[in-house]
Design a protein around this ligand. Structure first.
Ligand code: SF4
Ligand code: SF4
Length: 96
């Protein structure tokens, strides 16, 4: 998404379209990456409930991984996981 100049931004930074947060891939802010271990996961869905960015993927009540486009790496999912199935790792470990 191209950055807007100040003359193009609505006065007061008003949000003029519903659902436009989807356009901003906040995952680019992340410094820590949650890694999901599906072998430990019991699909209790606590991570899904607590994730402030709705970045936990699920199908029919089963945890399906993490949407890294929107995950900011806050670590909340890892903190609440009773099965210790999400480990936080530094993004620097994934640099190529
Ligand atoms: S909180 Fe842990 S065990 Fe529960 S669904 Fe998430 S990763 Fe799986
Ligand atoms: S690290 Fe934070 S933003 Fe990313 S999936 Fe976990 S709870 Fe959501």
């Amino acid at each position: 998404m191209a950055a807007k100049g100040w003359k193009e931004i609505p006065i007061g930074g008003t949000i003029t379209e519903a659902g436009n947060a989807k356009e901003v891939k906040t995952g680019s802010w992340r410094v820590m990456r949650p890694i999901h271990d599906k072998n430990k996961c019991t699909s209790c869905m606590l991570c899904w409930l607590y994730c402030p960015d709705q970045a936990i993927l699920q199908t029919q009540g089963h945890m399906d991984g993490i949407n890294y486009d929107y995950c900011k790496g806050c670590g909340l999912c890892s903190s609440v996981c009773p099965a210790k199935a999400i480990e936080m790792k530094a993004e620097t470990e994934f640099l190529e």
